[in-house]
Design a protein around this ligand. Structure first.
Ligand code: NAD
Length: 306
């Protein structure tokens, strides 16, 4: 089996001073990538009361024989994001891989949620992902090559109590991932996302008896593969944690169709249209439309008596 190599590639990993980002940075460096280790430091809620741990990760990478540089810019503005990208391109002449991982938490039940919990969480997760990608895009377009790996969450896909802010940001990252994959295709830029599960300071009280099995380093192999030139995949989301990897799909039930749909039709067929038996994976809105067109044309054929 040939080894996946990232030799000659230049990567940025945001929020790489600890937790999942640190594991991703170590993994990419161990496969030969030069890594910009970005982390502004700070507490879990994003308040800045602690020095950045980025230097420590850079020291680890260098001790293992790799190449890395630390960066402490804030990803949540285009200005900060541009500085991070300029560090990579001015020092190393290119940018091949962007791992958008930086994040904070400000959980509050929706009834108590204020702008103080909403704005910073959206700014770091969604803003950070968008501004970093925006800053990296021109270099990747010019090269005709790029790999972007975003970080979404179960909270964005399924919802979670007290996480309307975080869930909104993470669901939006899914949407951004899909659209950038479509826009990046013609430039050789592949954009995917992970939905991770790992023991970090973000989750340390949530994982129960299997916490020790959920080392962040068990998430990074997926990031390394999605960062590789040989990986053709784009626009997908992978659930990964504790050694398990699975593609997350959007599916639709076969549904119910009537060309003259009434509210009573909907009520009478509610169980049928909610039944997941026979559900199919929907990969694009074109595919969704094809399903409807198939039903409309079948109806037209019946009407015409053919
Ligand atoms: P973590 O708190 O250990 O790491 C996040 C890092 O991001 C921190 O080092 C922090 O200093 C940095 N950071 C925060 N704001 C920043 C900013 N504005 N600019 C630059 N750096 C900043 O948390 P983690 O669990 O490793 O989370 C990493 C990512 O994975 C986050 O996006 C998180 O939402 C996501 N995630 C984690 C889990 C999990 O199980 N741990 C599950 C789902 C999603």
């Amino acid at each position: 089996m040939s080894e996946i190599s990232l030799d000659g590639r230049v990567a940025i990993v945001t929020g790489a001073g600890r937790g999942l980002g640190r594991a991703h940075a170590l993994a990419l460096a161990s496969r030969g990538a030069t890594v910009v280790v970005n982390d502004r430091g700070g507490a879990l809620d994003g308040s800045s009361d602690e020095a950045s741990p980025a230097e420590q990760v850079v020291a680890e990478i260098r001790a293992a024989g790799g190449t890395a540089v630390a960066d402490t810019n804030d990803v949540s503005s285009l200005e900060g994001a541009t500085s991070i990208v300029e560090l990579a391109t001015s020092m190393y002449g290119r940018l091949d891989i962007l791992v958008n991982n930086a994040g904070i938490l400000r959980d509050k039940s929706f009834a108590k949620l204020t702008e103080e919990e909403w704005n910073p969480v959206l700014a770091v997760h969604l803003g950070g992902t968008v501004w970093m990608s925006k800053a990296a895009w021109p270099a990747m377009v010019e090269q005709g090559y790029g790999r972007i790996v975003n970080t979404t969450s179960a909270a964005g896909i399924f919802g979670n109590f007290g996480q309307a802010n975080y869930g909104a940001a993470k669901a939006a990252i899914w949407g951004v991932t899909k659209t950038l994959a479509i826009e990046g295709a013609r430039h050789g830029i592949h954009v995917n996302a992970i939905e991770p599960g790992a023991r970090t300071r973000m989750t340390e009280n949530l994982l129960g008896e299997y916490a020790d099995r959920l080392d962040p380093s068990l998430v990074s192999p997926v990031v390394a593969w999605l960062s590789a030139e040989a990986c053709e995949t784009t626009g997908e989301v992978y659930n990964v944690g504790g050694g398990r990897v699975a593609r997350v799909v959007i599916a639709q039930t076969p549904g119910y169709f009537s060309a003259a749909l009434t509210p009573e039709d909907v009520r009478e067929n509610w169980a049928t249209l909610n039944d997941p038996a026979g559900a199919q994976v929907m990969v694009s809105f074109q595919r969704e439309f094809e399903v409807l067109v198939g039903m409309l044309s079948a109806e037209a054929a019946i009407d015409a008596g053919t």
